[in-house]
Ligand binder design. Sequence first.
Ligand SMILES: [Ca+2]
Length: 68
Amino acid sequence: MRKYLAIPVAVIALAFAAAPAGAKTDKDCSDFSSWKQAQRFYERHGGPNKDPHRLDADHDGIACESLR
Ligand SMILES: [Ca+2]
């Protein structure tokens, strides 16, 4: 019985350990105090080709239009 419980417990523990790190690294437009800052961050993290933080929803190369 103990053997069968160990695996789900480990999986749940890993999921909880990974969640805060993932949340911290995902930036939103509201995390920046200015558009310039957001745009610089966006370009440094791959620009329109990658946009891992989804700062450029319409993929026109301009991040966070809402901050301009
Ligand atoms: Ca855009």
